[in-house]
Design a binder for this molecule. Structure first.
Ligand SMILES: [Zn+2]
Length: 219
């Protein structure tokens, strides 16, 4: 079993950086509380840490992470609704101005959604049910990309599922109201980890376009 010493030395660096060199920032976050302008909904994938990818400071971003960065549709009286509760807290209490749904390449959750295997145990059934939030994305992509490679289909489904989550966000009346009032903006981002690029959904073109290119690999 690998030990956790890497994380302890990482915490010591955090102490040096934020409790030492940037003491004022942390003191004000402790005294005045958090006021992040952004809610980020990202995947649990260990390669897609939103704060790391955007080089954020503590206090910059309220983060919700779940399998495949999905947002369930608005339904009444659900229990243990972790994602919905976090979104509600960010919108109602923190009054965030932006919600970013960030999907990514090589998403294991979306791969499982595409494989659509029959659950063999209760745990698999739970995951399949969760991934079912994006069933619409799966159907759409499999209908449109009948002859494409598995990688192309996966990319398309990863991006289509972001659109499902954005659409589901708009099913919450309190989000719809804030968007209509210009107090809240929704964004769909896609981290292409193979190319090292960040893409954003552009409603005008109906596609994901490069927002931050990887200048190291640009020709
Ligand atoms: Zn993922």
């Amino acid at each position: 079993m690998r030990d956790v010493s890497k994380f302890l030395s990482g915490f010591k660096r955090f102490q040096q950086n934020y409790l030492g060199e940037r003491k004022n920032l942390f003191e004000s976050l402790v005294q005045q509380g958090q006021h992040p302008p952004v809610l980020m909904i990202a995947c649990c994938d260990s390669r897609c840490d939103p704060a790391l990818l955007t080089d954020c400071d503590p206090g910059d971003m309220f983060v919700v992470r779940n399998v495949a960065n999905l947002v369930p549709p608005h339904v009444k009286a659900t229990y243990f609704a972790a994602t919905t509760s976090a979104i509600a807290f960010a919108v109602h209490n923190l009054e965030v101005e932006h919600i970013i749904v960030m999907g990514h390449a090589q998403c294991g959750g979306i791969r499982a959604l595409l494989e659509n295997r029959s659950p063999s145990c209760n745990e698999e059934e739970l995951i399949a049910k969760w991934l079912g939030i994006a069933a619409e994305a799966r159907e759409k992509v499999l209908t449109e990309f009948t002859r494409a490679s598995p990688a192309t289909i996966a990319h398309a489904c990863e991006q289509a599922s972001i659109l499902v989550s954005l659409s589901n966000l708009m099913s919450y009346p309190w989000i719809q109201e804030r968007v209509a009032a210009g107090k809240l903006a929704l964004h769909g981002w896609y981290f292409d980890m193979q190319l090292g690029e960040l893409l954003e959904y552009q409603p005008e073109s109906g596609s994901f376009e490069v927002l931050v290119p990887n200048l190291e690999t640009a020709v």
